[in-house]
Write a protein that binds this ligand. Structure first.
Ligand SMILES: [Zn+2]
Ligand SMILES: [Zn+2]
Length: 293
C-alpha cells in the first residue's frame, strides 16, 4: 500500500470504534477498468470502492474490485458491524466486486444495499440478480448467507441510517444516471461525486449544493479539460472542473478520483502538482489512502 500523504494518518490499531470522526479509506480509485503493473503501483489498480466509518457503522460507497480486499478486512476485524453498501450506479466498474465481498457469505451479518438509477431493473434486488446470472456469472445471489436488505431510492433521496448519520443524495449527469452521496456525521461531512459529465462553462447546481461547505469531497476526475471534446457523452468530468466547483461551493478539500486506465502514476503526479498550485488540499485519491475528518 502506498503511503498516504493526505492529512492525519493512523494505523488500524489506533482507531477507536466509537469515536466521533468520519474515517474514509479508499480501496479502489480506478474508473472504467481495473489495471495492474508497475506504472500503476503507487496509485493502485482496483476500481471504485470507498469505506466510510462513522462510529459503529461501516458505509461502503460502490463495489468495484477494491471491495474484495475490504471484505477480507471486515471479516477478519469486525464480523458483525452494521454495514451499508451505497451504490452510485450499476456500471461494471462500480459493482463487479459484489460477488466477491466476503461479508455476504457470513450468516447473521446484516447488510443494507442501497441503489437508485436502476436503468431497466425493477428494484435493487433485481439489479443484483441480473449481475449474477449466466452467461455472465456461474451462481446467483442465493449463495449469499448474510441478511441482506435491498433498498431502492428515488432521485434526491435524503435518509438517516442511524440517529446521527444522515445521507443526502443528488442525481448526476451520467448515461443511465448516477447518485452522489453526502454523508453527515458529528458536524462533519464527506461527499462522493462519481460518475458525472459537466457542461462546459456551466457549473452543475446539484453538485454545488451537495458539496456546499463540505469538509472533503472526491470527484470524478477521469478526464482533463483538454480531453472533453473527445469524450462527450461518456459521462465524465475533469480535475479542473472539480477545482472550479470546490471554489464556488467553499468545499474545504478535494480528492481527484475515478482515474482512467490509461492514466499512470506519473500522469497522476502531474495532475496533483497542477492542483496543488491552486490549493494544497486538492490531491489525488490513491488506493490505501486513509483520511480522518
Ligand atoms: Zn465509473
Ligand atoms: Zn458509470
Amino acid at each position: 500500500m502506498p503511503t498516504n500523504p493526505f492529512r492525519k494518518q493512523i494505523p488500524d490499531t489506533m482507531v477507536e470504534t466509537n469515536n466521533k470522526n468520519i474515517e474514509i479509506t479508499f480501496w479502489g480509485t480506478r474508473g472504467t477498468l481495473p489495471v495492474s503493473g508497475k506504472p500503476f503501483a503507487r496509485t493502485g489498480g482496483s476500481t471504485n470502492c470507498i469505506e466510510v466509518t462513522c462510529g459503529d457503522h461501516t458505509i461502503i460507497i460502490d463495489a468495484g474490485t477494491g471491495i474484495r480486499e475490504l471484505g477480507s478486512k471486515l471479516v477478519a476485524n469486525k464480523p458483525k458491524q452494521k454495514t451499508h453498501l451505497l451504490l452510485t450506479h450499476a456500471h461494471y466498474d462500480h459493482v463487479e466486486g459484489i460477488p466477491f465481498f466476503a461479508p455476504f457469505f457470513m450468516e447473521d451479518n446484516d447488510i443494507n444495499i442501497v441503489c437508485g438509477n436502476l436503468d431497466g431493473a425493477r428494484n435493487t434486488k433485481e439489479l443484483i440478480k441480473n449481475l449474477m446470472k449466466p452467461p455472465y456469472f456461474p451462481v446467483g445471489p442465493e449463495v449469499f448467507m448474510a441478511n441482506i436488505q435491498y433498498n431502492t431510492i428515488e432521485e434526491n433521496a435524503v435518509f438517516n441510517i442511524s440517529d446521527d448519520i444522515r445521507i443526502i443524495t443528488a442525481p448526476l449527469n451520467h448515461p443511465g444516471g448516477s447518485t452522489a452521496y453526502r454523508i453527515e456525521y458529528s458536524g462533519k461531512s464527506y461527499t462522493c461525486i462519481t460518475d458525472t459529465e459537466h457542461v462546459v462553462g456551466k457549473q452543475d447546481e446539484n453538485v454545488l449544493k451537495l458539496i456546499d461547505n463540505t469538509d472533503l469531497f472526491s470527484y470524478d476526475c477521469s478526464l482533463l479539460d483538454a480531453e472533453m471534446d473527445d469524450f462527450q457523452g461518456y459521462g465524465h468530468s475533469t480535475f479542473e472542473e472539480g477545482m472550479r466547483l470546490a471554489n464556488t461551493a467553499g468545499a474545504k478539500a478535494m480528492l481527484a478520483s475515478h482515474h482512467m486506465p490509461f492514466r499512470n502514476d506519473d500522469d497522476l503526479d502531474h495532475i496533483e502538482k497542477a492542483m496543488a498550485k491552486q490549493n494544497p488540499e486538492f490531491k489525488v485519491a490513491r488506493e490505501g489512502m486513509k483520511i480522518i475528518l
